[in-house]
Design a protein around this ligand. Structure first.
Ligand SMILES: [Zn+2]
Length: 271
């Protein structure tokens, strides 16, 4: 028992000594290390643009849409609206990248350890060790974003709003610029790139949530707006009055309740 207490006391004293020594050595380094102070000056000289997020999140309450729509589809859809902001951010971050290379270069020139003050009373090896650690810490504190990225996270929720599935993907500058280029290839509201157009249609269709679907049924009195049959005698569906494939949107005034038969007939007439 006494042996245990003595051991504990010795360990405690050791820890306290290390902490006190550590603090004393650190403070000496910060005050008198020449290159530490030079690095601190350099850090003040270099300012970088901050990273403005355009991460995208969406919660689906319908598993079919959640399975059907990929992170890339969702990104393509949203890039229609935010592409100019994204291009701006990509440029700023690549500017950061160039500037950071210059910074790194200047830091690499600061490689000799020396002190402004006599190091008498300090253990030289230990002091230099602490200096290197503090220098590295200060260098790592400058950590600008150098490649723009957008993270897309799609969730699947149940009726009680609890999330029970999630998928995510991060897209970097090169890929973002490739997609934006494909989005530019358009003709009014249409996109000439079939892949782009398919992605946009998938996401637009997915905007009809279960919640929205039930609101449409309710608005239309739970009856087909063409033949008038009610949900008791047929299966009701939500139809886009002006079809998505032709540029229609998933808005309340473009949605109507139809029975399955009328919906199929209408579809055959359009295409
Ligand atoms: Zn009908």
């Amino acid at each position: 028992m006494i042996g245990f207490i003595i051991t504990a006391i010795i360990i405690a004293i050791l820890i306290i000594t290390i902490l006190v020594f550590g603090a004393v050595y650190k403070s000496f380094v910060r005050k008198y290390s020449v290159r530490y102070k030079q690095l601190a000056e350099l850090n003040k000289k270099y300012t970088f643009y901050s990273f403005v997020r355009h991460d995208q999140e969406h919660v689906y309450d319908n598993k079919n849409f959640y399975d059907d729509i990929s992170e890339e589809d969702y990104l393509i859809y949203e890039l229609q609206f935010i592409q100019s902001d994204v291009i701006k951010q990509i440029n700023l971050m690549s500017f950061n990248n160039e500037k950071y290379s210059k910074y790194e270069n200047e830091v690499s020139l600061l490689n000799t350890i020396s002190y402004d003050k006599e190091t008498k009373g300090y253990i030289k090896g230990l002091l230099d060790y602490v200096e290197r650690k503090e220098f590295k810490k200060l260098f790592k504190s400058v950590n600008p974003c150098r490649d723009y990225r957008i993270r897309v996270i799609l969730y699947l929720s149940k009726i009680n709003n609890q999330i029970y599935a999630k998928k995510s993907k991060t897209f970097y500058s090169d890929e973002l610029l490739r997609i934006i280029k494909r989005l530019k290839n358009r003709n009014g509201g249409y996109f000439n790139d079939k892949g782009i157009w398919d992605s946009i249609c998938r996401v637009e269709r997915g905007k009809v949530s279960n919640k929205m679907r039930f609101a449409i049924y309710k608005r239309d009195g739970y009856r087909c707006r063409i033949c008038g049959r009610s949900q008791n005698s047929t299966l009701l569906e939500v139809d886009h009055i002006y079809p998505i494939a032709k540029g229609g949107k998933s808005t309340y005034d473009n949605l109507q309740t139809l029975c399955h038969n009328c919906n199929v007939k209408k579809g055959a007439n359009i295409y």
